[in-house]
Design a protein around this ligand. Structure first.
Ligand code: GLV
Ligand code: MN
Length: 195
């Protein structure tokens, strides 16, 4: 989905003072082998949070060697019962593979059709670009997946935090009307997902 390459690589200078679409290239003389290797996905993510899930990002911000290459990966660790909550990626299609455990994996189309399946180790899934999706650990123990994207920075719109945790907050009358509930329900959600 990202633009095509104009050179072999362009290791991102993610702290550069100029801003462009992507990141400017680090000078070739400063590029080292370490720019093309990343061990950030080798460690288990922290699942001690309200969702019981730890997402570790291997995108251009954590792994600048990906700059202009049009791909990235995540590692997602799940405690028993853990949920990677409904979200979408505005800039990428996602594929994933289950390494350990048993997960309910699904997405919803723009026509509100829900496609889902329970997957185990070695099985893959795909999420078309921009569609809302989730994974839930439905096994007895921990679960682990790796996901891959056709963007160096797919972005993630997490529905709960986008709607109820925005800064500044979305006005309550918008949310009560949108969800057809009383204000106390909205305030409860804002308390759970607020900044
Ligand atoms: C899983 O959905 C992920 O975005 O890594
Ligand atoms: Mn995703």
């Amino acid at each position: 989905a990202d633009p095509d390459l104009l050179q072999d690589f362009c290791v991102g200078d993610v702290n550069a003072s100029i801003t462009i679409n992507g990141f400017p290239c680090k000078p070739a003389s400063e590029v080292t082998p370490d720019d093309f290797f990343f061990d950030g996905l080798s460690r288990e993510g922290n699942t001690s949070n309200q969702f019981g899930t730890g997402v570790t990002l291997g995108n251009v911000l954590s792994f600048p060697g990906l700059n202009t290459l049009g791909i990235s990966m995540n590692r997602v660790d799940f405690a028993p019962g853990g949920l990677n909550p409904p979200h979408s990626h505005p800039r990428a299609t996602e594929s994933g593979i289950i390494i350990e455990g048993r997960l309910l994996v699904g997405f919803v189309t723009t026509g509100n059709v829900f496609y889902s399946k329970v997957l185990t180790a070695g099985q893959m899934f795909v999420v078309p670009k921009g569609l809302v999706h989730f994974q839930k650990n439905v096994g007895e123990g921990k679960a682990l997946i790796f996901t891959a994207f056709n963007s160096q920075l797919p972005g993630a719109v997490i529905l709960s935090t986008t709607l109820f945790g925005a800064t500044p907050a979305i006005p309550n009358d918008v949310l009560t009307k949108a969800f057809q509930v009383e204000e106390d329900v909205i305030n409860e959600m804002k308390a759970k997902f607020g900044p």
